[in-house]
Design a protein around this ligand. Structure first.
Ligand SMILES: C[S@@+](CC[C@H](N)C(=O)[O-])C[C@H]1O[C@@H](n2cnc3c(N)ncnc32)[C@H](O)[C@@H]1O
Length: 214
């Protein structure tokens, strides 16, 4: 009897913690995005970030009122949908890059189903070439493609990141394949303040570009 009760309490607690991860729903678009994310919560199998990490990215964008976002590594679009959800609130837009055609097409279809396609410019191609060639400036970057290239992505993006903007990177709890070189480099820069969000199991580094006039 006590065992049964503890299991029910555990299940309720787990359901509550998942429920709490979603932002408040205030309009029809919120409803559509949340319903898509909830309905597909168990079907992100293409190296996609977990829900909790999506909420971390969402919160950073909302807190800083970021508007111009870049994602490197779309896969099938889970993180992009979270980022676009936040940008639907700030009046912003996301550019996201994926090299794999099948994942890119799946992501485009997911963006439509979630109702966020008008907030996303999805690019198919090699980010090694696209990132240095991008001419816009950005206030939010999420790096989640090939880890050994993170430092190069950052170096290419640095001049295009606005003061007060931030460069975030996924899987920074890993120390291999370029992550350490990237972290050593960015943590050594005086004009960036870097912290690691350890509430993400994979680790998300968040590096804010300090206003040059301060
Ligand atoms: C970890 S997954 C991204 C997951 C995605 N951010 C999400 O959470 O839904 C990494 C993706 O980066 C892509 N990728 C790897 N190297 C790339 C490159 N040079 N240019 C563009 N995309 C690349 C891979 O094909 C893969 O789909």
């Amino acid at each position: 009897m006590i065992k049964k009760l503890s299991i029910s309490v555990l299940i309720m607690a787990m359901q509550l913690s998942v429920f709490c991860q979603y932002p408040n729903v205030n309009n029809e678009l919120d409803k559509k995005i949340k319903s898509f994310l909830k309905g597909n919560a168990d079907s992100w199998n293409d190296m996609n970030i977990p829900i909790a990490d999506g909420k971390i990215l969402y919160d950073i964008i909302i807190k800083n009122n970021y508007k111009n976002a870049l994602e490197i590594g779309t896969s099938t679009g889970h993180s992009a949908i979270w980022i676009a959800w936040a940008l639907s609130k700030t009046g912003g837009k996301l550019t996201t890059i994926e090299i794999d055609k099948e994942r890119y097409l799946q992501a485009k279809s997911n963006f439509k189903k979630a109702g966020v396609e008008k907030y996303i410019d999805a690019k198919l191609g090699d980010a090694h070439e696209i990132v240095p060639a991008i001419e816009d400036s950005f206030d939010f970057v999420f790096s989640d493609a090939d880890k050994y290239w993170y430092k190069n992505y950052f170096i290419a993006m640095d001049p295009k990141i606005k003061d007060g903007g931030c460069f975030t990177a996924h899987n920074t709890a890993m120390k291999g394949s370029g992550i350490k070189e990237f972290l050593d480099y960015i943590e050594g820069l005086k004009n960036y303040k870097t912290t690691i969000d350890t509430s993400s199991r994979s680790g998300i580094s968040v590096s804010y570009k300090i206003d040059g006039k301060q």
